[in-house]
Design a protein around this ligand. Structure first.
Ligand code: URA
Length: 277
């Protein structure tokens, strides 16, 4: 445990947990208890190919195998629904971001200052997906730069990650919902092709869904974060883990310890994926 890590844990409100649990290396990676409740089975779907692009034969970064306990739940991504102007299949990064910035596929475009495509390493192993831009993100055009973003950065640091270094950060909707309300289902659906294309381009090894809207957009099913924690889902062939949204954690400080456990679980899952590759 370095002094820096100690400071970070204090920053996110975990110093008491640290002291309670004692031994450094064990506390860094606590065992995540699978919640008693389980998710309902995903809605029946016609058999279909995953919409993420299959990795080419011999590709070095194919996520393989079964991450740590419990068994993964195989879940296909959602039907995006009608989304005028959002056929972005095959686009490269520049065109994709231009299309996001000019998007008028749902009503959120009317009150945005600017769309917020995403930020980070475009070849990252880690993809974090939030809900949607807030006021500061709308102002600056970058995700998670407000108070929740500062907490997210501190949380990333606790597992040795840093924005922009092997990490890409995106949102389920790219435009700020008025008054930071939760995005509506039709807004999530209209925006989903952009996230899908981002995932196809990045080919992350692991996706971390921050909060319920992001988890539901990715997993195409109702998600209760408390029940989904500690489990590994899939978006196509990419493992997905879920945790609380940083903005929720700012309002519910005791749950920060759970979010930290979730990040440790994500890190453990990533290690297993890399070992198996
Ligand atoms: N909350 C989010 O979900 N995303 C952001 O970019 C900022 C706050």
């Amino acid at each position: 445990m370095t002094r820096r890590r100690d400071a970070i844990l204090r920053e996110i409100g975990l110093a008491p947990l640290w002291r309670l649990r004692g031994a450094a290396e064990e506390v860094e990676e606590p065992a995540v208890q699978p919640p008693a409740a389980t998710l309902e089975a995903p809605p029946p779907r016609a058999p279909e190919l995953p919409r993420t692009q299959a990795a080419p034969a011999g590709a070095p970064r194919r996520p393989v195998g079964t991450p740590p306990t419990p068994q993964p739940v195989l879940v296909a991504p959602p039907e995006p629904g009608p989304a005028p102007g959002a056929d972005v299949s095959g686009l490269g990064w520049d065109e994709l971001e231009a299309r996001i910035r000019g998007c008028e596929a749902c009503g959120l475009c009317r009150r945005r200052k600017q769309a917020v495509p995403g930020v980070g390493d475009r070849e990252a192993d880690w993809l974090f997906v939030g809900e949607g831009p807030g006021a500061e993100e709308d102002e600056r055009g970058e995700p998670f730069v407000g108070q929740a973003g500062r907490l997210l950065d501190a949380m990333l640091a606790t597992i040795g990650l840093q924005r922009g270094h092997d990490v890409y950060i995106a949102n389920a909707v790219k435009c700020r919902p008025p008054n930071n309300r939760t995005p509506e289902a039709d807004e999530l659906a209209a925006c989903f092709p952009y996230l899908r294309r981002q995932i196809e381009l990045i080919k992350p090894r692991l996706i971390v869904a921050l909060g319920r809207p992001a988890a539901q957009a990715l997993l195409n099913q109702e998600v209760k974060i408390s029940a989904a924690r500690g489990r590994t889902f899939r978006y196509g062939d990419i493992p997905v883990v879920v945790t609380y949204h940083p903005a929720y954690l700012l309002r519910n400080q005791p749950d920060k310890a759970k979010a930290w456990e979730d990040l440790c679980f994500a890190r453990k899952t990533m290690r297993a994926l890399r070992d198996e590759a």
